[in-house]
Design a protein around this ligand. Structure first.
Ligand SMILES: Cc1cc2nc3c(=O)[nH]c(=O)nc-3n(C[C@H](O)[C@H](O)[C@H](O)COP(=O)(O)OP(=O)(O)OC[C@H]3O[C@@H](n4cnc5c(N)ncnc54)[C@H](O)[C@@H]3O)c2cc1C
Length: 283
């Protein structure tokens, strides 16, 4: 069990990790492939003090190196759900489960709005994790909504588990890495349809019968991650100490609001870590 688990290895999460380690706390940063993060795509960052003209990639690599050097554990994975166990938190990332006494959410902005039916059928046929829930759909139909770089590989893995997979993406061209055995449909308007559980996916108005819908994005909406968390204007609601509405859960960076800038994210990561350390000292 870690003292502090940090979700997201961007500037906010890495800054939080450095402070947590400076206070002697065991710290894990669980994050997606850094190459998929928004900062990685910034050609030039010219407003972060002390590192003029760095690329986003350079900056992220420097921050990651620094967090590792002070003893933070960097784990590659996407956290799809989080549960309060009473004594701490359990985090699911693929087939792995991590436990921590306190959590800092630093997952950046969630660009996409939920699909119609997504929230209603979450856990009733809608899933964000193919490796976790794939076996539930063995010999059944499941649709994959591909919105992340690794979605085709996840769909291939489902196929190998014996799931009858249909893949849908935005692009007119099917992804190169998608198995040829998996049918591909390009669709812009997607809806999850069901009664008590998922029964179909509607693609540009055309229904396709299915028992499951895997929606694979780089990020998971905070409320899907942890339904107890309060939001304000589309961002996680926090106080000045970066405390969320859930005990033991803190948040920092773009996921708590504007301005969406590195310097702000770094400062908030530090405050969130100090607050989490204070919480642990009183636990
Ligand atoms: C093209 C571009 C250029 C930019 N240029 C500048 C600039 O010049 N100056 C500036 O100050 N800002 C710039 N920004 C904004 C800056 O990148 C963000 O404000 C900053 O990265 C926010 O840091 P963060 O840690 O809050 O979130 P992020 O950097 O978004 O990091 C969050 C990380 O968490 C991961 N993650 C999300 N959900 C999960 C999950 N469920 N499980 C595991 N990992 C997860 C994400 O993949 C990501 O790696 C730019 C952004 C873009 C896109």
């Amino acid at each position: 069990m870690y003292d502090i688990a940090i979700l997201g290895g961007g500037p906010a999460g890495l800054s939080a990790a450095m402070t947590a380690r400076a206070r002697g706390k065991s710290t894990a940063v669980i994050s997606n492939d850094p190459a998929q993060s928004p900062l990685w795509k910034a050609d030039k960052v010219d407003n972060y003090p002390g590192v003029p003209n760095a690329s986003g990639k350079d900056l992220l690599e420097l921050m990651t190196k620094q967090a590792k050097e002070v003893g933070a554990e960097l784990i590659q994975g996407r956290v799809t759900s989080m549960m309060d166990t009473g004594d701490g938190f359990m985090l699911n990332a693929g087939t792995e489960i991590y436990e921590a006494s306190a959590v800092i959410i630093a997952t950046g902005v969630v660009g996409a709005k939920p699909l119609p039916g997504e929230t209603e059928y979450l856990g009733k046929g809608v899933s964000y994790c193919a490796t976790c829930d794939g076996m539930l759909y063995k010999s059944k139909k499941a649709a994959v909504v591909g919105r992340s770089a690794d979605a085709p590989e996840e769909a291939n893995a489902l196929k190998e588990m014996g799931v009858d997979v249909l893949y849908t993406g935005i692009s007119k061209k099917r992804p190169q890495s998608l198995s040829e055995e998996i049918p591909y449909i390009s669709a812009k308007k997607i809806e999850v349809v069901g009664d008590s559980t998922v029964t179909a996916i509607s693609l540009d108005g055309e229904p396709h019968e299915t028992s499951g819908v895997f929606i694979l994005r780089e990020t998971v909406a905070p409320t899907a991650l942890f339904p107890d968390i309060a939001m304000k204007g589309g961002y996680i609601k926090v106080d000045k100490a970066m405390k969320t509405s859930a005990k033991g859960v803190y948040a920092a960076g773009d996921c708590i609001g504007k301005p969406l800038q590195i310097a702000k994210a770094v400062g908030e990561g530090l405050i969130a870590a100090l607050s989490a350390v204070d919480y642990l000292s009183k636990k």
